[in-house]
Design a binder for this molecule. Structure first.
Ligand SMILES: [Zn+2]
Length: 395
């Protein structure tokens, strides 16, 4: 590592990735520097970086340099998801099973090994039933001395008041597009156009923007998704398009999981001081195995997230169509899919504003069905059927 890297130190360290979240970073740094509260609730819309913020917080709490340097072994292990004192918990089901929550509560009793704080992050606390919440509540009311709970949810209203009132609140926001683009330029070496494109079409979602920026195949898949409604004209094409959507999401989920596993593996190798080509000594293999197991365990969830992402991308198409319809064709309106401006203007001609709103509603309904584990093909077919342009009466 060159010495010059240290020069732009303010944005480095574990909090460096939390772009556009200055207030949150300050709040968490203050907590790290004093005696932190035992229960936290991190809220913010998808893409605001709740899980990343929670992970960074866990690293900063346990950092050997005391502030989340991002470079010590503890920081590296926590960021790569392989430190035994930090658990990141998410559920693949619609709700957490009560046994899972009981198990977490038991884990919370153990003293952290090789770290100052045991940190348990529940990535989707909004998916907890009242019964499960009550199990958790007991644990939060009488916290073991070295355990910190971090619950994540879209908004404070998504968790029961009994929990909420015992947690310190942290509110994340969607970062501004410029901040996301800036991060991609500084961290990933993109040129300004690429960075602006990725930030815009991801709608300022750092993780998605980075994937689109790094992987041309991911960009190609996204372009395919957003072009689908423009090609759907009949029931049979709608069914085909639904099938394509599902298979694109599956491919994307696999590619994303592979990329993540290889990042995590590289990061673990670094933290263990292994050269990229060096053979992993037998006594360390368990740690790598655990990364692979985590990745397998996340597989279903990844597909689910990728399906949701395709629906978010399609929603952007119809929001653009609506912007065209409201803004006229003078070209003044800002479009998420600005690179498809011409096609979108044409397409907007085929739909009335009411029909566009119906399409947005259908997309919302599909997201809801997917989140309730309706088979994806069914949910997507029902949605695509709604996207077939009806003969507009404004011809
Ligand atoms: Zn550190």
């Amino acid at each position: 590592m060159s010495e010059q890297v240290e020069a732009d130190a303010p944005s480095s360290g574990v909090f460096g990735e939390l772009v556009g979240q200055e207030k949150v970073v300050e709040q968490l740094q203050t907590a790290v520097a004093s005696t932190p509260a035992h229960a936290w609730l991190f809220t913010g819309p998808p893409g605001s970086g709740r899980s990343n913020a929670a992970r960074a917080f866990a690293a900063a709490l346990n950092c050997e340099a005391g502030d989340g340097c991002g470079a010590c072994r503890t920081c590296e292990l926590i960021l790569s998801g392989t430190h035994p004192a930090v658990s990141m918990v998410s559920t693949e089901n619609v709700t957490y099973r009560i046994e899972d929550v009981r198990e977490l509560v038991t884990t919370a009793q153990d003293r952290p090994q090789g770290a100052e704080w045991r940190v348990i992050v529940i990535e989707d606390a909004d998916r907890m039933t009242e019964r499960a919440t009550n199990v958790l509540l007991k644990a939060i009311e009488e916290p073991p001395p070295r355990t910190i709970w971090v619950l994540c949810a879209p908004s404070p209203a998504d968790v029961l008041i009994t929990i909420r009132s015992r947690c310190r609140l942290v509110s994340l926001r969607i970062p501004p597009a410029e901040a996301v683009a800036q991060l991609l330029i500084e961290r990933d070496g993109l040129n300004p156009e690429q960075a602006a494109f990725a930030a815009r079409v991801s709608q300022n979602h750092v993780g998605v923007a980075r994937r689109l920026a790094r992987d041309p195949e991911a960009r190609r898949r996204r372009e395919h998704v957003v072009s689908l409604p423009l090609r759907v004209g009949s029931a049979s094409t709608a069914v085909l398009a639904a099938g394509e959507l599902v298979s694109i999401a599956q491919t994307e989920a696999e590619a994303e999981s592979d990329a993540r596993l290889s990042d995590e593996t590289a990061s673990l190798r670094r933290s263990l001081g292994l050269d990229p080509e060096e053979k992993v000594p037998p006594k360390l293999r368990g740690q790598f195995k655990r990364l692979e197991e985590d990745s397998t365990r996340r597989a279903k969830r990844s597909v689910h997230d990728a399906l949701d992402r395709t629906l978010i991308d399609l929603t952007a198409v119809f929001r653009d169509v609506l912007a065209v319809k409201l803004g006229g064709e003078n070209g003044a309106m800002e479009l998420i899919n600005d690179h498809l401006r011409e096609q979108l203007i044409d397409y907007a001609d085929r739909l009335t504003s009411e029909q566009t709103l119906e399409c947005l509603k259908a997309l919302n309904a599909a997201r809801d069905r997917i989140s309730r584990n309706v088979p994806p093909q069914l949910a997507m077919e029902a949605m695509m059927m709604q996207l077939i342009p009806r003969k507009a009466s404004n011809a």
